[in-house]
Design a protein around this ligand. Structure first.
Ligand code: FES
Ligand SMILES: [Fe+2]
Length: 390
């Protein structure tokens, strides 16, 4: 539904404005997410000449690269007899259906219909979604109307830095993963193997503030050694940027960008771009861990092993630790049973912002013009606090 359009909200109650979990195209949370560019798949998973069926936001889509290598995202099924377009062939920048050869351009026009006349061909279209490849990931815009400006991250410089990209599943609803991004206290427990090792020991004092782009959160600690304040930035609606301190094993500080994207209501994917400043290694896929983190996740959730049994040097340990804590809440957590405390103020603020925006969408009002500053936020410092509430 476009901004400014109206929808009857007579059947919507307060519960609906707090339903962050259901993300289909007709749900308020789904409509909010679709107003922003979303990562769809890592670039190295889309090979030239091999279209791919992908699931995202509770729907299926077709991804392919044209003969020039440019990535495109279009509808899942052919409008003729509904077979999957991902079975088809690539010709130029178009995709031709496997079943009866209808061919579509990236913007969704039908450009060839071998067994039909041109007048019929000109009446048939599919959705072609604005698509862009950036920092190793393929992004698309699935909302109505023109796509918003594509948000760039000047904190990452692929010319000078070493940039690793990856995607991993988390077997629960995406909003639990977003809430975890506002939860600095969990580091001391879920990730205690890592945080204790680097000497980040204090339970942090949490502060959160709304900014022009989302939320600036700080976890204040004593400041001794690695026991430092940690700053996280949440770009609405579902992206986090944070720096993690180095450790004995890996001394460099790393910058993490993470997009938390629903696959279905009960499964989400984290798209991660990890940057080591300097090094000039360019953009590259991150090596997969063996065994796969989902193997450990499933074994632990089934009670056949414990997190503590995993080798502390396992490269995806943080991923498994978060996976089991979040999936342990249930595929969709029952928020009516929670008891939130003062350290949950980030979670509370995030829910408040989403609820405010979902209410605006339901009532046909524009949402806040969320805008990430063009400046490098790591050098931006206190201006973020000044901008709070803007
Ligand atoms: S189903 Fe695609 S051309 Fe017939
Ligand atoms: Fe975590």
């Amino acid at each position: 539904m476009p901004d400014g359009s109206t929808t009857s909200n007579s059947s919507l109650g307060d519960q609906d404005f707090r339903d962050f979990a259901h993300i289909g195209p007709d749900k308020l949370a789904g409509r909010f997410l679709r107003k922003f560019w979303q990562p769809v798949l890592p670039g190295d998973e889309l090979l030239s000449g091999t279209p791919k069926r992908i699931q995202l936001l509770g729907e299926y889509f077709t991804a392919y690269r044209g003969e020039d290598g440019v990535a495109h995202i279009v509808e899942d099924r052919c409008p003729h007899r509904q077979t999957m377009l991902s079975l088809g062939w690539i010709e130029g920048d178009c995709i031709r259906c496997f079943y009866h050869g209808w061919m579509f351009s990236p913007d969704g026009k039908c450009v060839d219909m071998p067994a039909e006349n041109d007048a019929f061909r000109d009446k048939v279209t599919i959705h072609g979604y604005p698509t862009r490849e950036y920092l190793g990931l393929i992004f698309a815009y699935f909302g109505e109307g023109d796509a918003p400006e594509f948000p760039l991250y000047p904190e990452v410089d692929p010319e000078k830095d070493t940039v690793f990209y990856t995607k991993h599943p988390v077997p629960c609803n995406f909003f639990q993963r977003i809430e975890n991004d506002l939860d600095e206290v969990h580091l001391n427990f879920v990730h205690q193997v890592g945080t204790h090792e680097i000497g980040m020991v204090d339970i942090p004092e949490i502060s959160v503030v709304e900014t022009e782009y989302g939320i600036l959160r700080k976890g204040r600690r004593s400041g001794e050694g690695n026991n430092v304040d940690r700053t996280g930035r949440i770009f609405m609606p579902n992206t986090m940027m944070v720096i993690t301190p180095g450790s004995a094993r890996r001394p460099e500080w790393m910058l993490h960008l993470a997009w938390r994207v629903p696959v279905t209501d009960e499964l989400m994917a984290s798209f991660i771009v990890t940057t080591r400043k300097g090094g000039g290694g360019g953009i590259q896929p991150r090596a997969h861990s063996d065994p796969d983190p989902m193997y450990y996740t499933e074994e632990i959730l089934a009670g056949r092993m414990r997190v503590q049994d995993i080798d502390p040097d396992y490269p995806s340990l943080f991923n498994v630790q978060d996976n089991v804590a979040l999936a342990g809440q249930g595929a969709i957590v029952d928020r009516s049973k929670e008891r939130l405390g003062q350290s949950d103020k980030g979670v509370i603020l995030m829910r408040k912002l989403w609820e405010r925006e979902m209410r605006a969408i339901a009532e046909g009002r524009p949402i806040k013009a969320w805008r990430r500053p063009v400046e490098d936020l790591l050098e931006y410092g206190s201006r973020e606090v000044e901008l709070a509430g803007s």
